[in-house]
Ligand binder design. Structure first.
Ligand SMILES: [Mg+2]
Length: 381
C-alpha cells in the first residue's frame, strides 16, 4: 500500500463557553482542521489538529513531499523522515505538532488496515480507563465554581481539576478550600497553574496547599524551568505534573531524569504523535511514573488504554462536549470512565452537517486570545 495524497480541511470554528486559565483566554471559539491521508487502496487515515494555518503550511510544504509514496505501515520510517525534514528549524513546538498530526492519521490508517482499534494495535492493556474532568474556570465566581463542580460530581467523575493563578494567591487558596469542602474527601482534586507562578510563589503555595490532599500540582512554573520544577518536586509532597508544553522522547527523558515530572502529561497532538507518545510512556514506566496525557480529544483514551502505566483520560468538559458534535456516536465518559472506540483506527466518523455549520469564521474578539504570561506575585520572586 502507498500513500498517494494528503489534505488539510477548511478551518472549523468550534463554539465554546468562555474559558480562562492563568495564561489563556478563549472567549467563544477555537479553530480546528482535519487531516486526511489517502492511499492507493481507498483506505483513508484521519486526524484532528488545533494548530491552525501554521501547522498546515508545515504539513503541506514540508511533510507531504516526504510521505507521498511511503507504505503507511512503516510509521517509524515515516516519523523519522518527518523529523529530519524539519530538524533545522524544528525539534520542538509547531514543527513537532505538525508531525504529530500526520502521525495520528497514520495510526488511524494502520488501525483500518489491520481492522483493529488503535489501543489494541498498540498492545491493548485495557478496554476502559478512568476519566477525570477539568474546568477551565479561573474567571468563575465562587457560586459558579460550586455549581460547575457539583455538576461534574453528578456526572460521576471521581477526580476534578481546578485552575489556579489568580492575581491574588489568597483567592486561589479560597477556591481550593471551597472546592474541597464541596466535593468532600472521596473525590480527588488536582490543580493546574498553566505556567503561572514563579518558583518561590510555587514553593509557598505548595506548602499551603498540602492540607487539601491535592492529587497533583500541574505546570506550577514555566515549562522551560526544568531545574526549578525539580527543586519544587523535592520540596513538596504534592506530585508535580508536567508535559503539555514539552516535546519528544528526548525532552521527556530529561524531565524524568532530573526529577521534574512525577506525572507525565505528554500531549499526543504535540509531543510527536502516537509513535512518540508510546516511547515517552515506556520511558515513564521505566522510572515507575504514570503517563496521563494532556487532552487530545477523542484520541487520548486509546493511548491511555494501550499502555500499562496510563493513569487517566482528561475530559475538558467545555471542549469535549461541543467537539463531540463533530463526530457521530463518539466515545464519552460515563461515571468517571471511558472506553475508546472499538471501531478500526480511532473510530472517527465525521458529522458532516455540524462541520458545514461551523465553517463560518467568528469575529476576531470571539477567537482564542494571544497567550500571555501569567501574573506573578511578587513578579520575580
Ligand atoms: Mg494543563
Amino acid at each position: 500500500m502507498k500513500i498517494t495524497d494528503l489534505q488539510v480541511s477548511n478551518p472549523i470554528y468550534v463554539p465554546f463557553k468562555p474559558m480562562t486559565d492563568a495564561i489563556n483566554t478563549i472567549p467563544a471559539a477555537m479553530t480546528y482542521t482535519f487531516l486526511k491521508i489517502m492511499t492507493d487502496e481507498d483506505i483513508t487515515g484521519l486526524s484532528i489538529n488545533y494548530s491552525g494555518k501554521v501547522a498546515q503550511v508545515i504539513i503541506e510544504d514540508l511533510l507531504k513531499p516526504v510521505i507521498i509514496g511511503e507504505d503507511p505501515i512503516n510509521s517509524e520510517r515515516i516519523w523519522e523522515k518527518m523529523y529530519w525534514a524539519t530538524l533545522q528549524y524544528g525539534r520542538r513546538g509547531i514543527a513537532v505538532a505538525a508531525i504529530s498530526t500526520v502521525d495520528m492519521a497514520i495510526w488511524d490508517l494502520k488501525g483500518k488496515i489491520f481492522n483493529m482499534p488503535v489501543h489494541r494495535l498498540l498492545g491493548g492493556h485495557r478496554d476502559t480507563v478512568p476519566s477525570y474532568v477539568t474546568g477551565v474556570d479561573l474567571h468563575y465566581t465562587n457560586e459558579e465554581l460550586i455549581k460547575e463542580v457539583n455538576e461534574y460530581v453528578k456526572m460521576g467523575f471521581k477526580m476534578i481539576k481546578l485552575k489556579l493563578g489568580r492575581k491574588d494567591p489568597n483567592e486561589d487558596l479560597e477556591r481550593v478550600k471551597l472546592v474541597r469542602q464541596t466535593i468532600g474527601p472521596d473525590i480527588d482534586l488536582t490543580l493546574d497553574v498553566n505556567n503561572g507562578w514563579s518558583l518561590h510563589t510555587a514553593m509557598r503555595m505548595a506548602r499551603k496547599l498540602e492540607e487539601y490532599d491535592i492529587f497533583w500540582l500541574e505546570e506550577p512554573i514555566l515549562a522551560d524551568e526544568i531545574e526549578n520544577l525539580a527543586k519544587l518536586a523535592r520540596e513538596t509532597s504534592i506530585p508535580i505534573a508536567v508535559g503539555e508544553n514539552h516535546y519528544t522522547k528526548w525532552e521527556f527523558r530529561q524531565l524524568m531524569e532530573q526529577g521534574a515530572a512525577e506525572v507525565v502529561q505528554a500531549d499526543i497532538g504535540k509531543c510527536g504523535g502516537v509513535t512518540e507518545f508510546i516511547k515517552i510512556a515506556a520511558i515513564a514506566d521505566s522510572f515507575g511514573l504514570p503517563i496521563c496525557p494532556h487532552h487530545t480529544e477523542y484520541v487520548d483514551a486509546s493511548l491511555v488504554a494501550a499502555v500499562p502505566n496510563g493513569l487517566f483520560h482528561e475530559c475538558v468538559y467545555d471542549f469535549f462536549e461541543p467537539m463531540g458534535q463533530l463526530f457521530i456516536n463518539p466515545s464519552e465518559p460515563k461515571n468517571g470512565e471511558i472506553s475508546p472506540s472499538d471501531k478500526p483506527g480511532f473510530g472517527f466518523e465525521l458529522n458532516e452537517e455540524t462541520i458545514k455549520k461551523w465553517q463560518t469564521k467568528p469575529s476576531p474578539e470571539k477567537m482564542r486570545w494571544i497567550v500571555k504570561k501569567g501574573w506573578r506575585w511578587p513578579p520575580y520572586l
